[in-house]
Design a protein around this ligand. Structure first.
Ligand SMILES: [Zn+2]
Length: 300
């Protein structure tokens, strides 16, 4: 894809981070629509990936019920898992592999999980160091140990990675590590910051980057449940608002034949009333819901 980026995206990307956030609030919907129009292909089947980051033990507890909700609708999910939790809670993680869902590497300890403002994140067992602050050898060890935990406990050889605390790290620095572990894809970059504005593309070291959707109203922020429902009470926590945003993103994806690569936290969606409603709409929509590996195989 080599056509020039939409002017609105180029202009806002050129701003410093604070300017981006302000412009994003004012122009977010237009920017999101411009991204989907740019990355989409009218002739293509609109595609959704439903991914979940299993960062905390409380996310792991939600896995059996969440996997049941997906399997009941014959929907495939992709789960970014943390090696130390796979070691500690193999049964809960088995719900992923037994349900035929995809696993991707989310590091062994998930550096920088601790946040004393939230009870689920306050424990001293969570590290405060950022992944980007680790040495290269330590980063490689994080990926290798998670890969080994999943292979040992679940018998699955993962093929890709989502870097931890994604959004605060340039994934370019880690593509070489992913290649060393034998991976072929990453989903670690925000759509609006990617060269394709959301379509999969070949990045450094031959790794295919599959960018993650931004919030339809705040495209420089990931459209995750941390942003929508949790952080400071959530930016889109009013009744039905999360559902409306998700359905709007799905509509745009359908209209433009694009890729909507969603990322939610299991603990936030498993009992949220909007989530089953979104799944029910998704399975009726003229889109395909695929794993990252299927997406790659189809676009190869
Ligand atoms: Zn938002």
């Amino acid at each position: 894809m080599s056509s020039p980026l939409p002017p609105i995206v180029r202009a806002v990307r050129a701003l410093p981070p604070i300017g981006r956030q302000i412009a994003s609030v004012a122009l977010g919907r237009h920017i999101s629509e411009a991204c989907m129009a740019y990355q989409g292909d009218d002739q293509a089947i609109p595609t959704v990936v439903l991914s979940f980051d299993c960062d905390f033990p409380i996310d792991v507890e939600a896995l059996p019920a969440l996997c049941d909700a997906l399997s009941a609708r014959d929907v495939c999910g992709s789960f970014a898992v943390v090696g130390q939790w796979v070691d500690r809670y193999p049964e809960q993680h088995r719900a992923i592999s037994d349900g035929g869902h995809e696993l991707i590497n989310h590091s062994h300890t998930h550096p920088n999980l601790r946040n004393t403002s939230y009870d689920f994140a306050a424990s001293e067992e969570f590290t405060e160091r950022m992944f980007g602050d680790l040495s290269r050898a330590e980063q490689l060890d994080e990926l290798r140990r998670c890969h080994e935990a999943v292979r040992q406990h679940l018998g699955v050889e993962m093929a890709g990675c989502r870097l931890p605390h994604f959004g605060n790290l340039a994934p370019e620095t880690a593509y070489g590590l992913m290649r060393e572990v034998g991976y072929c894809f990453s989903s670690s970059l925000l759509a609006v910051l990617s060269p394709t504005l959301g379509a999969p593309y070949t990045a450094l070291e031959g790794i295919t980057e599959i960018p993650v959707a931004g919030c339809p109203q705040h495209p420089f922020t990931v459209f995750d449940t941390w942003h929508c429902l949790v952080k400071n009470g959530g930016r889109h926590a009013a009744e039905g608002e999360f559902l409306q945003l998700a359905l709007g993103a799905l509509d745009s994806c359908q209209h433009h034949g694009g890729l909507l690569n969603l990322y939610f936290d299991p603990k936030d969606v498993v009992d949220h009333p909007d989530f089953p409603r979104f799944l029910d709409t998704l399975v009726e929509a003229p889109v395909r819901v695929v794993s990252y590996e299927t997406l790659l195989a189809d676009t190869a």
